[in-house]
Design a protein around this ligand. Structure first.
Ligand SMILES: [Zn+2]
Length: 71
């Protein structure tokens, strides 16, 4: 077996073969969560958080209005 390459944790920049662990390129669960939180907060700044139920409501409203037009 080849040894896994050493990578730097994207969050804390600590080097190690983190791919061997359960948290991907992150050295720990904490660092993974920190990175995920960072992404979520960035997305929330750009736009509203995605809500599937909101989309469904809009789709249903659209379908109803189309029904009215055709009937
Ligand atoms: Zn880390």
């Amino acid at each position: 077996m080849k040894p896994l390459p050493t990578v730097k944790c994207p969050t804390c920049k600590k080097a190690g073969n983190w791919f061997a662990g359960p948290y991907g390129p992150f050295c720990s669960k904490r660092c993974k969560l920190v990175d995920l939180g960072k992404w979520f907060s960035e997305e929330n700044v750009i736009s509203e958080p995605l809500r599937p139920d909101h989309f469904l409501e809009e789709l249903e409203a659209e379908e109803k209005s189309q029904d009215k037009e055709t009937q």
